[in-house]
Design a protein around this ligand. Structure first.
Ligand code: KIV
Ligand code: ZN
Length: 508
């Protein structure tokens, strides 16, 4: 019998810490539903003390999720832990996760505390969390740059105080696999009581080694891996869930372990997270990138045609990549549309279905063939994206080689219709300047990119924009067969996210 590796997903907490990847409550709830379907063991739903939005999201997810454990993160203060408990307490299987840094660098410059003070804080926090919740996880932040004597003392103390999971984070993505495996081995040897708890790791990808480090940790006795969909997260991100799960599955000859994750839902989960966060998956990303199963060179194509095993170590179908995604057209009815949505993992209410279907019909009038990707972007734009401060109502752009590009825009701002016209260096510039005028926003455009969602000249254009305001960034996305409309939608989506972020961050 293979030993179980618990998959702890932190897309909604560490993943949301990716620059720009702010999510609202409805978006987080939708991702949590998908994670449950993917069959992860643990969902870290957020950091409730951080903002009202985080608190509400954790609470909603705790009430909704049935099988996975739901975790709320807290620093070691009583207020943090109380707030986390208030948010997560109604989960079927709640867990409190508290953390404090243990490296001298963090103690000296960030916490300005002695080792004794940190040890006391950690023990008190775990004991307090335990008085509220049976299941308590403790993380020694920056463990890989911590003194092993001190790290061991903190782990031992928190186990005695009642921790049920001990997490060893490589917070700054500094470790290399053999070293990290040795660290796990050393902790297992020297810490009293370590056999009573689940040992976990949480690796960052600053050196591109997060997955390798997690696998090495598993080989040295770790039984929970913390990871995110598409590897998103602080800076270079976290261990990618899909990579670690598929490595365990594909190399079962070497790795005598299993996870409960259902790989057939990996691809749709990856797409959903990318759509909602606006974080585009790089084409060569392992498992879920568009090129992950594409064979380009003649020699490779010839080999695969003769026998897939020549160049394929796993099949695209095993991770849920559809063979062909051409599905609906102008004549498709409501029933076919609903069934396709179900196959893609979306169960909409009757009212939401009506809205999505109306948008589908509009799109089908402009575009003969509707692909899964088109349907996903309809659901994300029309259903998941809650109406926020700004809503695009009307856009008319005049441009050409002998005209000054001009945009006329109508936007609902807090429910009130506003209109303006403006010029620019090109149609997108004119549109953005006019939107900025109407919304009276100050964000700076950092990045603008445009991609075709599917192939062909009638394909929808998917625009991604990145905005910055007072050091905070957000990413917005919009899709339409008209790329200027897609650009306006993306810009307004990003502005709405920035507004949401301002509410979340006091003092912004
Ligand atoms: O990277 C880290 O150390 C963390 C902890 C809060 C687990 O995210
Ligand atoms: Zn982290």
């Amino acid at each position: 019998m293979r030993e179980l590796i618990k998959i702890f997903d932190t897309t909604l907490r560490d993943g949301e810490q990716s620059p720009g990847a702010t999510m609202n409550v409805a978006e987080k709830v939708r991702i949590a539903q998908q994670l449950e379907k993917l069959n992860v063991d643990v969902i870290e739903a957020g950091f409730p003390i951080a903002s009202e939005g985080d608190f509400e999201a954790v609470k909603a997810i705790a009430r909704m999720v049935q099988r996975p454990q739901v975790v709320a993160l807290a620093r070691t203060t009583r207020n943090d832990i109380k707030r986390a408990w208030e948010a997560v307490r109604f989960a079927k299987y709640p867990r409190l996760h508290t953390f404090i840094a243990t490296s001298d660098i963090h103690l000296k410059y960030k916490l300005r505390k002695t080792r004794q003070e940190v040890l006391d804080d950690a023990i008190k926090a775990v004991a307090f969390a335990k008085s509220l919740c049976e299941d308590v996880e403790f993380s020694a932040e920056d463990a890989t740059r911590s003194d092993i004597e001190f790290l061991s003392a903190v782990i031992e103390g928190t186990i005695q105080a009642g921790a049920t999971t001990i997490n060893i984070p490589d917070t700054v993505g500094y470790a290399i696999p053999s070293e990290f495996g040795d660290l796990i081995g050393t902790i297992r040897q020297r810490v009293k009581g370590i056999e009573k708890v689940t040992l976990s790791v949480h690796c960052h990808n600053d050196l591109g080694l997060a997955v390798a480090n997690s696998i090495s940790a598993i080989q040295n006795g770790v039984r929970q891996v913390e990871c995110t969909i598409n590897g998103i997260g602080e800076r270079a991100g976290n261990t990618s869930l899909e990579e670690v799960v598929m490595a365990i599955r594909t190399r079962k000859d070497l790795l005598q372990f299993q996870t409960r994750v259902l790989p057939k839902h990996i691809f749709s989960t990856s797409r959903l997270v990318s759509k909602i966060t606006g974080m585009v998956v790089q084409p060569n990303k392992a498992i879920v990138g568009t090129n992950a199963f594409a064979h380009e060179s003649g020699i490779h194509q010839d080999g695969v045609l003769k026998e897939k095993l020549t160049y394929e170590i796993m099949t695209p179908e095993s991770v849920g990549i559809p063979k062909t995604s051409l599905i609906l057209g102008k004549l498709s009815g409501r029933h076919a549309f609903r069934e396709r949505l179900k196959d893609l993992g979306y169960r909409l209410s009757e009212a939401d279905l009506e809205v999505a279907f109306a948008r589908f019909k509009q799109l089908a009038d402009k575009k003969r063939e509707i692909y899964d990707e088109d349907i996903e972007s309809i659901v994300v734009e029309e259903i998941l994206r809650m109406p926020r401060r700004f809503k695009l109502v009307y856009l008319n752009v005049v441009s050409g080689n002998v005209t000054v590009p001009t945009a006329t825009v109508q936007i609902e701002v807090d429910g009130q219709l506003m209109q303006e016209a403006g010029f620019g260096d090109g149609p997108v510039d004119a549109t953005f300047k006019t939107i900025k005028k109407i919304t009276r926003t100050k964000s700076k455009l950092l990045q603008f990119s445009i991609n075709a969602i599917t192939s062909g000249t009638e394909a929808q254009g998917e625009v991604t924009v990145k905005l910055e305001e007072r050091g905070h960034t957000v990413i917005g996305q919009g899709a339409d067969t008209d790329v200027i409309v897609a650009s306006a939608k993306a810009y307004i989506n990003a502005l709405n996210k920035m507004e949401f972020k301002k509410q979340k961050l006091v003092g912004m």
